[in-house]
Design a protein around this ligand. Structure first.
Ligand code: BMA
Length: 316
């Protein structure tokens, strides 16, 4: 795993409209171009509360997956009487279409959204989950005739605090989701004590579905640790291997983080020590590009290979 020497690859200074934090991007390779949708929290402190006045999703394009040109306008800002903001997009090419997963904060809870597009100009929302759920990612092909997704519900009542896990559901049409299974519990990850969640879309290999997750550890001795008064969590990236036919079954998993916050741009920002992968591209030569939000402030790139990621997954 190598962090790109020119990191960050996208940050607020590159954006030609108001931008404060540019992070948590989804990326796909579609019709000969790399396309990125990224989260932009803007207007920091404008309301006098040390908060952001808005969040939009921006779009950028690239010919090599490394150097990015943002469009002159945001891609979408979703805000109405019910919806507060849409954010943290993930992109998967499935057949002819791009499936866009996103989180939607609403006045009645947090919903996981799924939409499709073929041109990034018109898009159709296919489903919005019941609250609270987010961090959805769709698999790049159907399994046993069904679309598949990983997701992360927030079972506050039964788990009594942040003890949130990775789940699986499938669907005949991207609209109706069921066949839900637990995939990965917090307790299954030695470097998490708080929550785990899906990261970028799975990659199909002959050994299984290779997929990243984020893992969070909480340490209450951490105090002011970023721009906020108190930030006591750390986010790191892990990788696991899921069974090809029963993708809710973990058959391999890393024991240690595969991307940990070590660099200045990961250790210091709005929220320190956050690695939040949302995009992955498996190239034809076996190399892999991983896109991750760092410190909730910038978009970064790490490169590896399918072989290296598989080697990190110890059999379960
Ligand atoms: C999660 C989400 C992400 C964010 C992360 C770290 O709960 O809000 O968007 O990157 O926290 O702050």
């Amino acid at each position: 795993m190598e962090k790109y020497i020119g990191n960050p690859i996208l940050s607020a200074k590159d954006i030609p409209y108001p931008a404060s934090l540019v992070f948590n991007a989804g990326v796909c390779k579609y019709r000969g171009k790399y396309i990125m949708l990224f989260r932009n929290d803007y207007g920091y402190g404008e309301n006098g509360h040390g908060q952001f006045s808005g969040t939009c999703i921006g779009i950028a394009e690239s010919d090599d997956g490394i150097h990015w040109t943002p469009h002159s306008e945001p891609w979408i800002e979703w805000r109405d009487e019910e919806v507060l903001r849409a954010y943290d997009p993930r992109l998967t090419v499935v057949g002819d279409e791009v499936v866009i997963c996103f989180a939607l904060d609403t006045r009645h809870g947090l919903r996981g959204g799924i939409a499709t597009t073929t041109d990034f100009e018109n898009w159709q929302v296919k489903s919005l989950s019941a609250p609270d759920n987010r961090n959805m990612v769709v698999f790049p092909e159907k399994v046993n005739g069904k679309y598949c997704r990983l997701e992360r519900p927030f079972p506050v009542y039964s788990r009594w605090k942040d003890r949130f896990d990775v789940w699986f559901s499938d669907s005949p049409d991207l609209e109706y989701w069921g066949n839900t299974h637990l995939v990965l519990g917090v307790e299954d990850v030695p470097f998490a004590n708080d929550k785990v969640g899906p990261a970028a879309p799975p990659i199909k290999t002959d050994k299984g579905w290779l997929t990243l997750f984020h893992a969070v550890d909480l340490d209450t001795t951490r105090g002011k640790n970023g721009w906020e008064d108190k930030w006591q969590k750390r986010y790191q990236a892990g990788v696991m291997l899921l069974d090809l036919n029963e993708p809710w079954r973990v058959i391999g998993k890393c024991d240690e983080p595969i991307i940990a916050p070590t660099e200045e741009y990961e250790r210091n920002g709005f929220r320190n020590d956050v690695i939040f992968p949302g995009g992955i591209i498996a190239e034809d030569d076996g190399s892999v590009k991983i896109y991750y939000g760092a410190a909730d402030t910038v978009v970064c790139l790490a490169t590896t290979s399918v072989e290296e990621l598989l080697a990190m997954c110890n059999p379960k």
